[in-house]
Design a protein around this ligand. Sequence first.
Ligand code: ZN
Ligand code: ZN
Length: 336
Amino acid sequence: MLTVICESPGHLQALERPRPERAPGEVLLRVKRVGVCGTDLHIFTGNQPYLAYPRVMGHELSGLVEEADAQSGLSPGDAVHVMPYLSCGHCVACRQGKTNCCVRIQVLGVHRDGAFTEFLSVPQAFVHRAEGVSLDQAAMVEFLAIGAHAVRRASVGTGERVLVVGAGPIGLAAMIFSRLRGAVVTAIDGRQDRLDFALHEVGVAATVRLGEGDEAELARLTDGEFFDVVFDATGNLAAMERGFRFIAHGGRYVLVSIVQGEVKFSDPEFHKREATLLSSRNATTEDFRTVMDALRAGQVPDRALATHRLTLAEVPTGFSRLLDPAEGVIKAIVEC
Ligand SMILES: [Zn+2]
Ligand SMILES: [Zn+2]
């Protein structure tokens, strides 16, 4: 079967590998669609420090069941999506139902080989039927669920003023699910094309271009009070530290993106607001359900989000193009 492996940073290679053997309790999938994620781009550029190369990337996948245990309830040909965070089920986090931050988490395409291939065998517990959605939509559930999880974590409520810093795919997902909870959403980013997308496709209430006067504009939009909930989805340390300034008194700050390094903030500023600081990691089955419901209800601009397509065979030559900001990539989908 055709498989694309990342040999080392910057080097992708297509090769033939034997089809995986399905172990009992696993589902053998014929991979159909794989979304390309920021994580994959970081693996490709070598900015994913704890990753061992070579690695088959790809964790945002949908496919068809090829083979499953008789009692699994799955039949050959069933369309499915996969929850790529393989959790242990026993650790302190799993015992609380927080499988998204499992101590021994294994993420497909990061800790073990992922979906840039034709067949993949995964434990049945992480395979879900993609009922009522297309294969394209099913491959978008994961990144949308990261936004849905962050929004749930922050308990965003009706009428709350939400600021999302960073309008990449995860930021857009946080905007979508904040809006679905009735929040009034503002997006801030350095790229006008992404702000235009947030305004026209996601329907945020306001956008602010990063740069001179941006803080005054955020103040103006909120009568000087700033935001009940601020999400950081930038992956940028300076932006994460700056985001503390935009929290209203009594507000929450959710760090969705992660950086290598230490985040600093002014304690008097943090304390006088009695602010709540949260991190948000991955997503759980509850968040996957939230996303599936929203997709089925037509509440996600999934067609607009899928800006680029390529086939699995085109990945070695076409991947680096996805890194070019001029391409305007929001979500690229690989077809297998
Ligand atoms: Zn992803
Ligand atoms: Zn665990």
